[in-house]
Design a protein around this ligand. Sequence first.
Ligand SMILES: *Cc1c(COP(=O)(O)O)cnc(C)c1O
Length: 343
Amino acid sequence: MITFYPGPSKIYPQVAGFAAEACQSGIVSMNHRSPEFMAITEGAIRALKAKLNVPETYHVALVSSATECWEIVAQSLTKQSSLHPYSGAFGKKWMEYAHKLKPMHRPDEADVLCIVQNETSNGTQVRMPALAEFRHTFPDALIAVDAVSSMAGIVLEWSLADVWFASVQKCFGLPAGLAVLIYSPRALRRAEEIGENDHYNSLLFLHENFEKFQTPYTPNGLGIYLLKAILEQVPPIDVIDAVTKQRAESWYTFFEQELADSPFRLLISDAAQRSDTVIAVEGSEADISAVKKLAKQAGLLLGNGYGDWKNTTFRIANFPAISDEEINELKRFLRVWPTLQLW
Ligand SMILES: *Cc1c(COP(=O)(O)O)cnc(C)c1O
């Protein structure tokens, strides 16, 4: 089965070999405070910074999921409350989690701005100039960015936000259970001002541990090893970015031109808002359900719709681990699927 699901998504083919190696060599049984394992953690962080062009001054911690990062931002970096200008289901969910920990009484008391850069639920994105605009409008607020379905797929301008995070089961092409949390010196100062240290994953406690390439708890050692191994193999982010954007353009042209007479249309009509990494396609419930079923029979897994768009869209991941051949196979299928229905 070729999967186009936008998370968990297709993993890089090399992951299987690296995972076997980690088991056979005993890496997965290593003490996480041993110098050998600390070197793996350091290597993963080093490779992340090098391949994704993260500024040297920014810090990196590894946690379990993006959802955990939502909570870390609320508990360790938010004084009063956070503002969430969202456009889809993930943004809304983040706001709900955050406001449970730091309820909002008045919008003007917000000291953190929370932005989902790539809204996986409906295939929209906040481009870098828009992020710069937020920076300009809210100079005193900390800006935290959920880049779960775009980090490692496109170039991000790190200086435009103080906190960036992503779990690895999307553009990183890795199995779930690990997330990357990147934070600026300014974010660290905010954490110090607040001084919140009540949780195993309080940012100050995480920071203290990761300074020594350690973790407060036994980490996902296999995940960290795979992150290091895969990042050392992938091309630099500007190379990946160019491929992602060219493939995205090709997908959008495909639906707008080649499939203009099909029962499908792009969910997002404004081209400027369209995601580079998740393509959302709309149709009637009957057509969406039929195409997903036939695709599955043809060995192609389309992503279900999400939230409000559950039954009236399908989604196509445009993640780097997917190959050109796989994309072409899906395009071939989408051109002919109505005729397959006769069988
Ligand atoms: C997948 C996703 C999440 C959730 O990630 P977890 O690793 O399950 O916590 C959060 N935000 C966005 C935009 C996502 O696509």
